[in-house]
Structures are given as structure tokens and as C-alpha cells.
Write a protein that binds this ligand. Structure first.
Ligand code: NAD
Ligand code: MG
Length: 392
């Protein structure tokens, strides 16, 4: 019996995690499940998995969650503090699958108590990579990557040291607009950007795939998690999303991780690591695969990739500022306040302004530092967007 907790259980990664765990109820005891406003679904999950605790992120959702779980014996709680406290409860395996910087606290708390962290929340590493990795080392915690590309790299490395690696290549789908003429991107709508060419994910990461902010975050994530120098990380577009990442070693061998695109592979790999268990994912049939295509992303179309390089070169709290500016730009796009192609410009201008006014260079050595930069970048980005709105 293993004790497990799932942060962001009602999201896309969370549901896939629940799916795997619900298939073997005798093997798991579920400690905590967290969600947002979808309390009905959270309550269903808590009942199905016989969870000890269910937490909604929103205080105003607590009465509904309490009603939905009345008489079941499942404890209920609400708010960011309750989510942080839930991460302190001992569990053998913890899935961090909240979207955005809000996922950082449960990730940090999990490694601070020496737990095993299955990390889908890439923002944890983008905002606070050195802090998270250092806290994990200091407490003998294990972090297992769940982002599919990073799980692929982890598997392809098979324990080889980073010194043996020439190049890690992360693959990208190219997102919803990979075949659109550039002129048309200006008019891209939220609905169009929210449709992924290959599979269903949360809305935010789907839009981030269309801008390649998602891949930009993943480049930083790879740097922080594997300790790779920025020039050892490359990105190619692999339309079919059959190859998830490649590792080129210094002896000339290249290990590619292949499989059908399904998050349950990376989640299940992290759940069963270091074993390989049978997983309910479609098998790759090479006879049905008509082609495997690769192309180099055009940085004019995807400026986010250049910004990721600049963020890595700046170091310090640049990752926290980058993520917060990106989250704000995404909020503004979803709200209809800015256009699709304006998101990258808003992020770049935010980084420039903070760099000019107070610098990005302090190391992310405490949660406080990171949250302060996060807050500053959100306010700066919102201010710039507001000024632009007035001018336009
Ligand atoms: P999602 O939007 O589908 O779900 C997010 C979950 O977080 C939900 O349970 C939601 O209720 C909760 N949540 C949202 N805001 C919150 C807040 N402020 N406080 C607490 N909880 C909050 O997201 P997703 O697509 O499952 O992605 C989750 C994370 O995993 C992201 O960091 C994403 O980049 C990463 N990831 C996702 C995929 C994928 O296939 N969806 C793949 C790789 C990595
Ligand atoms: Mg990914």
C-alpha cells in the first residue's frame, strides 16, 4: 500500500493520474486531493479513491465541497494555506499538477519533507529551479519529471551523467498555428489557440503550445532539472509527437524516446519508477506510422524560444519574472485585452523594464524572493498592458 497525494487532481494531468490510481485501488491509499472550482468533480474523485482529505483552492467553494462530501468521512478544506498544509501530510508519492506558479508551494513543501515528487508543474522549476533542487538535495527527496519531454530525457539518460551528453533535443508539436501564415496570427482567437493539433490538455498549456511559451518553459525546466548548460538544449518540431525527446551522447549514440502521445505514460512511469509497470496506453505500431518529420522552429514565429535563452543567460530571478509575465500575458489574451502575437512582446517588455529598474539577478534562494519577483512581474506586465490599451 502506497500513500499518494494529487495536487491539481481535477485538471488534465490530475485526471490522468486519478485514472491510473483508480485502476488499482488495493495498491494505494489516497491522502490528499486538491482542485479549483470544479468541486463536484473533486468530491467524486475523493469518494472513488476514498481520499482522506479534499481541498479546493477557493474559500467560497468550501460550502459546496462540504455538502458534496457530507457523510463520507472525507475531510474538507479550502484556500492556498490549506493546499500548503496538505503537502505537509506524509505521502510516499506526490503529484504536483496545479497549473501556474500556484504549484510551487506544494512542490517545495513535498521535497522539504523528503517526499517523492512527481513534477508536472514545470513552473516550479522555471520560477525557482535552484531553490527546489537544493531543497530536494538537502532533504534527500526524489523528484521525478512528469512533463513528457523531461520524462523522455530521464529515461533516455538511464542514469548517465550529464557530462556524457552532447545535446538534449526537446520535441514540440508546433501548436495550433504551426501551418498558419504569419499575417494571420494577428487575428488568431482564443478558441483557435485553445485547440491542440495532437491531443487534449488544459487550456493554458494548449495556448502556451501555440506560442511555444510552453517549449520555452520546458527548455528552462530541462536546464534546471538536469543541470544542462543552455547550449546543450535544442528544440525541434516533431509534428507527429511520436518522439518526445532525444539525447545525443558524446560517443555519437542518440537515444530517442518514442511512444504514442498519452500523458499516462510519463505519469505512470513516475508512479512506478524505478519499475516499469504495464500501462493502459496505445502501443506504437511502426507499420501504421507513415512518416516522422522534423523541422527547426522559426524564432520569428516563436519569439518565446529566444526569450527562454535570454532568461537563462540572465539567471537569478529572471525565470520567476518570465513565468509571471507570461501568465499575465496569457490572462490578458484569454480576456480579449491583447492579441495572440502581443503576448511575447508583453513578456519581453516586462523583463526589460524590471531588468532596467531593479535587475533580475538575485538568486532564487527563498520562496519569499521568488514570490516577490512573481508579484512585481505581474504588476509590471499588467501596467504595461494597460498603458498600451490606453494608447491603442
Ligand atoms: P489544468 O488547467 O487542466 O488543471 C490545473 C489544475 O490546477 C486543476 O485541478 C485546477 O483546479 C488547479 N488549479 C488551477 N489554478 C490553481 C490555483 N491558483 N491554486 C490551486 N489549484 C489551482 O492543467 P494541466 O494541463 O493538467 O497542467 C497542469 C500542470 O502540468 C501545468 O504546469 C502544465 O504545464 C503541466 N503539464 C501538463 C501537461 C498536459 O498534458 N496537460 C503535460 C505536461 C505538463
Ligand atoms: Mg511537455
Amino acid at each position: 500500500m502506497r500513500n499518494v497525494s494529487i495536487f491539481g487532481a481535477t485538471g488534465s494531468v490530475g485526471e490522468n493520474t486519478v485514472d491510473l490510481i483508480a485502476r488499482s485501488p488495493q495498491e494505494y491509499r489516497v491522502v490528499a486531493l486538491t482542485g479549483g472550482r470544479n468541486v463536484r468533480r473533486l468530491a467524486q474523485q475523493a469518494i472513488t479513491l476514498r481520499a482522506e482529505l479534499a481541498v479546493t483552492a477557493h474559500d467560497d467553494c468550501l460550502p459546496a465541497l462540504r455538502d458534496a462530501l457530507a457523510g463520507t468521512g472525507v475531510e474538507v478544506a479550502a484556500g492556498a494555506q490549506a493546499i500548503a498544509d496538505a503537502a505537509d501530510r506524509p505521502a510516499d508519492w506526490t503529484m504536483s499538477a496545479i497549473v501556474g506558479a500556484a504549484g510551487l508551494v506544494p512542490s517545495l513543501r513535498t521535497v522539504a519533507r523528503g517526499g517523492t515528487l512527481a513534477l508536472a508543474n514545470k513552473e516550479s522549476l522555471v520560477c525557482a529551479g535552484p531553490l527546489l533542487m537544493q531543497t530536494a538535495r538537502a532533504n534527500a527527496a526524489t523528484i521525478l519529471p512528469v512533463d513528457s519531454e523531461h520524462s523522455a530525457v530521464f529515461q533516455a539518460l538511464a542514469g548517465a551523467p550529464v557530462a556524457a551528453v552532447d545535446l538534449v533535443t526537446l520535441t514540440a508539436s508546433g501548436g495550433a498555428f504551426r501551418d498558419w501564415p504569419m499575417e494571420r496570427l494577428v487575428r488568431a482567437t482564443v478558441a483557435e489557440a485553445s485547440t491542440h493539433p495532437n491531443f487534449a490538455m488544459g487550456q493554458r498549456i494548449t495556448i502556451d503550445s501555440a506560442t511555444m511559451f510552453n517549449k520555452a518553459m520546458e527548455v528552462i525546466e530541462a536546464r534546471e532539472f538536469f543541470g544542462l548548460a543552455p547550449d546543450r538544449i535544442d528544440v525541434v518540431i516533431q509534428r507527429e509527437q511520436i518522439i518526445h525527446a532525444l539525447v545525443a551522447f558524446r560517443d555519437g549514440a542518440v537515444m530517442a524516446h518514442m511512444g504514442m502521445p498519452d500523458m499516462r505514460h510519463a505519469i505512470g512511469y513516475a508512479l512506478h519508477w524505478p519499475e516499469r509497470a504495464s500501462l493502459p496506453v496505445d502501443r506504437l505500431d511502426l507499420r501504421k506510422l507513415t512518416s516522422l518529420s522534423f523541422s527547426v522552429p522559426d524564432e520569428a514565429r516563436y519569439p518565446a524560444l529566444r526569450l527562454a535563452r535570454e532568461v537563462m543567460a540572465a539567471g537569478g530571478l529572471a525565470g520567476a519574472a518570465f513565468n509571471a509575465a507570461k501568465e499575465t500575458a496569457l490572462d490578458q489574451f484569454i480576456a480579449g485585452a491583447i492579441g495572440f502575437v502581443d503576448m511575447a512582446g508583453l513578456v519581453e517588455d516586462t523583463l526589460d523594464r524590471i531588468s532596467r529598474d531593479c535587475g533580475l539577478g538575485n538568486a532564487p534562494d527563498s520562496l519569499e524572493n521568488v514570490l516577490q519577483m512573481d508579484d512585481l512581474a505581474r504588476r509590471t506586465a499588467a501596467g504595461i498592458a494597460l498603458d498600451r490599451g490606453k494608447q491603442g
